[in-house]
Ligand binder design. Structure first.
Ligand SMILES: Nc1nc2c(ncn2[C@@H]2O[C@H](COP(=O)(O)OP(=O)(O)OP(=O)(O)O)[C@@H](O)[C@H]2O)c(=O)[nH]1
Ligand SMILES: [Mg+2]
Length: 301
């Protein structure tokens, strides 16, 4: 738990930039139109998006009326409740163990934190006693394969990697090997790509399709890694990747930086996909499970 509290401190620090602008709205004593207007601006600045912002404002006004809240501190607590309720549907644990192996595909734009997150996730899984196989489906760059190999080495797990091979062929081999060796988890690391790069999105769809050929029930999870600093574009990424590969979950990284965590509200409102993990740095313990209430409190600090 010490690890989690350290992680939470980093999350709070990361979100403080955004959070403080929301918090300052509540420094005055009056609950009036000006307060709601300032709050609207602060939420939009935090990348919550128009839909989620409007929903939150209406929801908050209702809560204020129902509770007959009279001071700004109470209203702030009610906003935390409203955000926590909005984010609650995104809270869902990643389950492994139902399928052998559980095949997890990981996708995202360039540099979002896919490989690092896979490394951390491998550590979490291995610590919990799961046997893990990594698939280096980012076959084009030698550095990408090496980076994943370092994580495999560090966690003492096996890796399927083949220079210049077709990414879907490597994924197929990895899933087949995972089945043959009766492993618990196969994690497929893919190359970064933009949703606008049609041929690369098709390559991703192909990986998914070929994985299903290796195991009719797979992939069991398709995760999108998003950089917490991406702002509103994160929502567009969720939509585009979901269209191509049917996402089952998200990992939101880099919430330790100048992140604007409000985008999770936009995702919850417009394209709800569970958030399995939140990353706040490059160390192993910096990846932790997402909890809606905790996040809401960190955002409205
Ligand atoms: N501050 C911070 N840095 C992170 C976090 N997660 C990843 N990084 C850093 O972000 C950079 C890119 O991470 P990678 O894991 O290589 O990203 P990727 O998505 O695999 O990148 P490509 O494979 O090139 O598309 C690295 O320098 C990581 O150390 C995080 O939660 N916080
Ligand atoms: Mg990578």
């Amino acid at each position: 738990m010490a690890t989690r509290s350290g992680w939470l401190d980093r999350l709070k620090t990361g979100l403080r930039k955004t959070g403080s602008s929301i918090t300052t709205v509540f420094t005055g004593a009056q609950i009036d139109d000006a307060l709601y207007e300032d709050l609207e601006t602060a939420l939009l600045m935090a990348d919550a998006g128009v839909q989620a912002t409007e929903f939150l404002l209406a929801d908050l006004k209702r809560r204020v009326k129902d509770t007959r809240a009279t001071d700004a501190t109470q209203v702030k607590a009610l906003l935390q409740d409203a955000i926590a309720d909005m984010l609650a549907p995104l809270e869902k644990p990643l389950t492994v163990g139902v399928y052998h192996p559980t095949v997890i595909m990981v996708a995202g734009v360039n540099g979002a934190g896919k490989t690092t997150s896979i490394g951390k996730l491998t550590k979490h899984l291995a610590d919990a006693g799961a046997t893990v196989l990594l698939a280096a489906a980012d076959t084009f760059r030698a550095a990408a394969r090496e980076q994943l190999a370092v994580w495999a080495d560090r966690n003492q797990v096996e890796i399927v990697s083949q220079q210049g091979a077709d990414p879907s062929a490597v994924s197929f081999d990895a899933v087949a090997a995972g089945r043959a060796r009766d492993l618990d988890v196969v994690l497929v690391d893919t190359a970064g790509r933009l949703p606008t790069q049609k041929h690369l999105m098709e390559e991703l769809t192909k990986i998914r399709r070929v994985v299903t050929k290796a195991d009719i029930t797979a992939p069991h999870e398709v995760l999108l890694v998003i950089d917490g600093n991406t702002g509103q574009n994160a929502l567009a990424q969720v939509k585009a990747f979901d269209d191509s590969v049917q996402l089952t979950g998200l990992i939101v990284t880099k919430l330790d930086g100048t992140a604007k965590g409000g985008v999770l509200c936009a995702i919850a409102r417009e394209k709800p996909v569970p958030v399995y993990f939140v990353g706040v740095g490059e160390r192993l313990e910096d990846l932790q499970t997402f909890r809606a209430r905790e996040f809401a409190q960190a955002l409205v600090g």
